[in-house]
Design a protein around this ligand. Structure first.
Ligand SMILES: *Cc1c(COP(=O)(O)O)cnc(C)c1O
Length: 332
């Protein structure tokens, strides 16, 4: 018997109603070449076509719609490596709520520009996502803003979990769901939904080997902190929080494993999806493809890969289009 988890399948169903009209139901597309390479029947869940280019709009909509009356008055605040902040900005603007985003100095300039373009107040400072979160907490206590946490929040987790509901409907035979992992909001929500609908399906996380905080935390059984290094998967940077409340517990209970991929494998994954499907994925969105292509993750049966985001930097997209064997050096 499983102990009661902080987010239930019913919570995810409720989130589905809240995100209606803000996030879309994304396509699940068969990936023939990837299937040939791996011997599994692989399909890609294309979250990059969401408004703002990543799945983060699901969690943001679920959270902001759950607190709309209060948030509308005081405004919302968050910390983000980019995609979450952008999603919060988009959802807040569409609901007429003021939004402030605290980001670290490592966030690529294109992502900061995009946030300001969405009408967000952007506060740049600190070295890591933890520093950004501290700045956001500060605005919560000094100005009474409402925090929209990037992952460790029950409504955010339930919102991300709506991907799992869609996967279970689009591919009821699914045997493995492959999910990029950073703070773990995405994989916790997806696991809750998928394991309820398809109890025999495995849920496997993928993370870059440069700072695999969730993998290390699962191994130790408590949140660990790791030094942040530059990576192609910048949207997966950041810790799980030393005071992690929800995502580690859910991941411990439901996630079947986490595999790690190298920078080279991530770049190959990005090149593969552009070459074969004319799909742009950012590094963090391509780690699942990278894990399968490299053989770090063996697939069989129906494998669904969550391609979580499309927000690659323009220089990366140009290099991919040229077929460059190595990524451009990062602007950071
Ligand atoms: C945020 C993000 C992730 C990881 O989500 P967590 O809930 O933090 O684990 C994966 N891919 C992309 C593109 C993201 O923006």
């Amino acid at each position: 018997m499983r102990p009661e988890l902080p987010v239930s399948p019913g919570d995810v169903e409720a989130a589905r109603a809240r995100i209606q009209g803000v996030a879309i139901r994304t396509p699940l597309v068969p990936a023939a070449e990837l299937s040939e390479r791996t011997g599994a029947q692989v399909s890609l869940k294309l979250e990059g076509v969401q408004p703002t280019g990543s799945f983060k709009v699901r969690g943001a909509a679920s959270k902001i719609r759950s607190l709309q009356a209060e948030a509308a008055v005081r405004g919302v605040v968050t910390a983000s490596t980019g995609n979450h902040g952008r999603a919060v900005g988009h959802v807040a603007r569409s609901l007429g709520v003021p939004a402030t985003v605290c980001v670290s100095e490592h966030v690529p300039p294109g992502k900061v520009r995009a946030l300001r373009g969405l009408g967000c107040d952007v506060v740049v400072g600190g070295r890591s996502q933890s520093d950004g979160l501290a700045a956001a907490d500060d605005l919560v206590s000094t100005r009474g803003m409402m925090l929209v946490h990037p992952f460790d929040d029950r409504e955010v987790i339930a919102g991300q979990g709506t991907i799992g509901l869609e996967i279970a409907e689009q591919q009821p035979e699914v045997s493995t769901v492959v999910v990029p992992v950073s703070g773990g909001g995405l994989i916790s929500g997806v696991s809750v939904a998928v394991k309820a609908a398809c109890p025999r399906a495995r849920v496997v996380g993928v993370c870059m080997d440069r700072g695999a905080v969730m993998a290390a935390s699962l191994k130790r059984g408590h949140p660990v902190e790791l030094h942040e290094e530059p990576t192609l998967a910048d949207s997966l940077q950041g810790g799980i929080g030393t005071d992690n409340r929800f995502t580690l517990a859910i991941a411990r209970a439901l996630v079947d494993g986490v595999v790690l991929v190298t920078e080279e494998q991530i770049w190959k994954g990005m090149r593969f999806v552009l070459d074969h499907y004319r799909v742009v994925l950012e590094g963090g969105g391509a780690v699942g493809v990278a894990a399968l292509l490299s053989g770090r993750l063996a697939g069989s049966g129906h494998v669904v890969v969550v391609a979580s985001g499309a927000n690659a930097e323009a220089a990366q997209i140009a290099a991919l289009a040229r077929g460059d064997a190595t990524p451009p050096t990062s602007p950071a």
